[in-house]
Design a protein around this ligand. Sequence first.
Ligand code: GTP
Ligand code: MG
Length: 321
Amino acid sequence: MDAGDAFQKGIELDGKLVGEFFGFVAILGLPNAGKSTLINSILGQKISIVSRKSNTTRTKIFGILSRGNKQIAFIDTPGVIFAPTDVLQKVLAKSAWTGARDADICVVIIDAVRTNYEQNCKMISRLVENKNRVFIAFNKTDAVEKDSLLEIAAMYSKFSGNIEKFFMISGKKNSGIDDLVQSIFDCLPRGEWMFPDGYVSQITKQFMAAEITREHIFNLLHQELPYNSRVETERWYDPAENSDNDGRFSHLARDGISIFQTVFVQKLGQKKLLIGKNGSTIKKIGMRARDELQNMWGHSIHLFIHVKVDRNWNRNVERCI
Ligand SMILES: Nc1nc2c(ncn2[C@@H]2O[C@H](COP(=O)(O)OP(=O)(O)OP(=O)(O)O)[C@@H](O)[C@H]2O)c(=O)[nH]1
Ligand SMILES: [Mg+2]
């Protein structure tokens, strides 16, 4: 066999692995099933924010895992929503399904604690009809008795003819993940890598910083506010990168990164709620976000958050989330 054939087959030639395997793998599921937690766990680092509330993820986030001559591009998707109630939910639902359409393999995450059986069946049927290759992973197994897990799995056995493999996992406790990832590596299609070795995610530090603030808004505020807000990192000053020749940043601290963010809300009442009495709520959000960013990046962060009312921030929601 010559090198060209070897590349096509992705085999070992003269002791070296040649040929490449590559696939897009969409992580799909109903809102709150644990998709982002799973991606973070697989990659061993946080690329996607997590909260107890539904519809936390707003955009497709890629996480890349390379091993030997194989590379997986995981796509974390917003939760699949069947009856969107507003424009944001419509965009999230569309984003989830395009994630599935673009994928070589779909991993459906089913929350074993709250098995929303009918909606999960609807989602799986649609993927099967679309001829997607589907894996099913029952998640949150750490929080469910073994007997009920077996019962839940039995409920979905009607799909077994169309599903490549079933898994029992806990994204939070990191259990069952190696087996799932290995099975994905084992059935990747041949193809050239789309990302360099060692590349983990397309997200920028600016985006991540905005997402971390959003995560703390989700964790600290309730009802409609998290869904009616958007965070943007507007300015960023890193003394290591900006030479500051014109002195524009001379008033800023030089011992870390200064980050300026705006939180857009739709109504004045929401702005008041977000700021809190004497600024206490926004201060708490800022402190939590700053501490998390400092831990994540290992250097000091100066975070400045400004709240602005923009009635129309979600009018062009497809552009702004
Ligand atoms: N007990 C337990 N909780 C989990 C597990 N995985 C995720 N969770 C929790 O489930 C909640 C939702 O997790 P996310 O990862 O944000 O879920 P998601 O599917 O990405 O949610 P959306 O982005 O809103 O669609 C969070 O409170 C997580 O801590 C798990 O394996 N076990
Ligand atoms: Mg998510």
